[in-house]
Design a protein around this ligand. Structure first.
Ligand SMILES: Cc1cc2nc3c(=O)[nH]c(=O)nc-3n(C[C@H](O)[C@H](O)[C@H](O)COP(=O)(O)O)c2cc1C
Length: 329
């Protein structure tokens, strides 16, 4: 069983140059291939055979989930992602209405830098479709987080109503025990969230959810006053913590950068956040996200308060081997 996992990991690394070559004009096609492969492997139970491995239970484990954007509409079966190595699955960003996002291609791959730039613009099939997809998966072993935002274009009360709709439809579905509010998408034109008080957004989510924990996903380019405001809003309206971070728009002018090149800014924001929490004796969780591609980086993120991590871009470059190696931390 374990041997097959190792072979699958090596096979991915062997396949990767061809995969990157044939999808170089539209890297999103590689993701489409993954979605289709996951469906086939789940249907035939081959995912169990090819991907499963035993976790080392002796070591204290840090929760690892995929980051948002990897399973936008919940189309990848959570059990497949469990076999791949995730302890939790993040679905979304989910919006109340369907939204096409920007025209393709909308991702660029920088292979040597092990980074991606995306200007997706929050495409999604809308909450009704996501609910159908998740219900169709049936039973599995994985807790789910819903990452959500309002449909681009909504402002003021319409924005809050939009969030309310998404939460109301999803809150009673099984396995969903966490909501993550995406207030940091760098590539939507109107940047709704800067027009409305963060407190109103957190309050709205808190009042409409059921027993789920609430997290806020933030940008990697924040100053200390913004961090103070976020902490204050989280404490006042019952958010459990923050995910640090989304992509950064400060490296390439045309989109949000993820992966290796994001690591340092994401870490610096985490340090600011952690120092603020420690200084003020505040109890908020930190989920670290952004360029975590090695055990050393995982250890660094843990040192500055992270007790959970999320991974997306490093998985594309390192393959499933990365998830197994991070488990040994
Ligand atoms: C193609 C792509 C699409 C993404 N879509 C979303 C999204 O819909 N919502 C969100 O909150 N973050 C989204 N992200 C950001 C990731 O969730 C994550 O915060 C970021 O990529 C940093 O982590 P990484 O370096 O492990 O990729 C997306 C990232 C990529 C590369």
């Amino acid at each position: 069983m374990y041997l097959l996992r190792r072979l699958t990991e090596e096979f991915y690394l062997f396949l990767r140059p061809m995969l990157f070559y044939f999808t170089r004009k539209d890297p999103e096609k590689a993701h489409d291939l993954l979605v289709n492969a996951s469906k086939f492997l789940r249907k035939t139970s081959l995912d169990n055979l090819l991907l499963r491995y035993s976790h080392d239970k002796k070591n204290p484990q840090i929760e690892i989930s995929n980051a948002a954007g990897f399973n936008k509409n919940g189309e990848i079966h959570p059990q497949f992602l469990r076999y791949l190595g995730f302890d939790r699955v993040v679905v979304g960003t989910v919006t109340a209405e369907s939204w096409s996002g920007n025209p393709r291609p909308r991702i660029k791959r920088y292979v040597k830098k092990e980074s991606l730039v995306n200007w997706m613009g929050l495409p999604g099939e809308g909450v009704d479709r996501v609910a159908e997809n998740l219900s169709a998966h049936g039973s599995h072993e994985v807790p789910l987080t819903i990452n959500l935002a309002s449909t681009p274009g909504k402002t003021g009360n319409y924005l809050l109503k939009d969030l309310e709709k998404t939460i109301t439809i999803l809150k009673y579905l099984p396995y969903i025990d966490r909501f993550e509010l995406n207030i940091s998408c760098p590539n939507i034109a109107d940047k709704n969230y800067y027009l409305i008080d963060l407190k109103d957004i957190i309050k709205c989510a808190n009042e409409n959810k059921s027993s789920q924990e609430l997290y806020i996903k933030i940008s990697p380019n924040l100053g200390i006053s913004e961090i103070e405001n976020i902490c204050e809003a989280c404490m006042e309206f019952g958010a459990r913590g923050v995910t640090i971070s989304n992509t950064t728009e400060l490296i390439y002018s045309y989109g949000g950068t993820s992966g290796n090149e994001l690591y340092s800014s994401s870490l610096e924001t985490q340090k600011l956040f952690y120092n603020f929490l420690t200084k003020n004796n505040l109890d908020l969780d930190i989920i670290a996200c952004g360029g975590i591609n090695s055990l050393e980086r995982l250890a660094e993120r843990k040192k500055y308060g992270a007790n959970k991590i999320q991974v997306y871009t490093p998985l594309i470059f390192k393959g499933p081997k990365l998830l197994r190696e991070l488990k040994i931390a």
